[in-house]
Design a protein around this ligand. Sequence first.
Ligand code: ADP
Ligand code: ADP
Length: 229
Amino acid sequence: KTIVEFQDVVKTYGEGEALQYANNHVSFTIEEGEFVVILGQSGAGKSTVLNMLGGMDLPTSGKVLIDGEEVSAMNDKQLSDFRARKIGFIFQFYNLIPSLTVRENVALTKSIVKDAVDPDEMLAAVGLANHKDKFPSQLSGGEQQRVSIARALSKKPRIILGDEPTGALDSETGVIVLSLLQKQSRDGKNTVILVTHNADIAQCADKVIRMKNGKIREVITNEHPLAVE
Ligand code: ADP
Ligand code: ADP
């Protein structure tokens, strides 16, 4: 079942001589439960795609359809409601609130989504039960990213979006984080979409959307994606 559809999406910045096509007629589909990597070098247009997937930005033209909703036709209020209900975000630098404990960071979701998963349950699921009363600064980078994943998952999102989620981690820690995300899609719970310039990560994906200069260069379906352990 298709959960994401980009139909001929154009996103431009600036005008006149400064006009720039961040996305230049981009079309693709993503199926429910897929683990998708959007791959490309800096400036390829990946973050622009991710921002539109997450309802943070609207296309200049074209349609973005997510889980039966036309995101590209929403107003600001509808977009923020859509984000809160359906999207879990994971960032390169974790975006945890430093003055709150790990548990409090994850529990924040409860104020946004009524039936959010209990923070203790969520932290146990990412292997951090014994760190819940610490502050983010007391954890390693890999641990902070797992807190951020716990926070994203606790609202039971339809889609998890990650912007270089392993970009700030060493390779060993990155594998742990990647494995958590891959399992999430394997278990059929979530559709996971990551943006990266790292081709190694693409080997683990069910589908790779390769971008360059604002356009899709190729879409590769991996029959046998590398299992991350
Ligand atoms: P990537 O994530 O692949 O590095 P981006 O989607 O961030 O690429 O950017 C694609 C192009 O759009 C780049 O040339 C970038 O300079 C331009 N761009 C992105 N966001 C903005 C913005 N807010 N204002 C102006 N230009 C932008
Ligand atoms: P990882 O490989 O997951 O990044 P590290 O080897 O960096 O883990 O960290 C191991 C342990 O050291 C962690 O349990 C963490 O709590 C602790 N630790 C790491 N960095 C810091 C820090 N800046 N301040 C306090 N404790 C830290």
